[in-house]
Design a protein. Structure first.
Length: 70
């Protein structure tokens, strides 16, 4: 009986998130993935001399940098 009570308590605490997912069908997994990739870039670099170089690396690795100059 204790495991069922624990499950019921967990569902009650998270009911808003469950309803939101069922309504919209989206999660924050994509944002977490991008954040993880940015943190990986930061760790690999060991520090950038300025913020512009860091922004360029993030845009390059996350796909937001246009490599076709016109």
């Amino acid at each position: 009986m204790a495991p069922m009570k624990k499950l019921a308590r967990s569902l009650k605490e998270r009911i808003d998130n469950i309803v939101t997912y069922c309504t919209h069908g989206i999660t924050n997994a994509v944002a977490d993935g991008i954040n993880s990739k940015i943190m990986s870039i930061k760790r690999r670099a060991g520090g950038y001399r300025n913020i512009e170089n860091f922004k360029t690396a993030v845009l390059f690795y996350c796909g937001g940098l246009d490599l076709d100059p016109r």
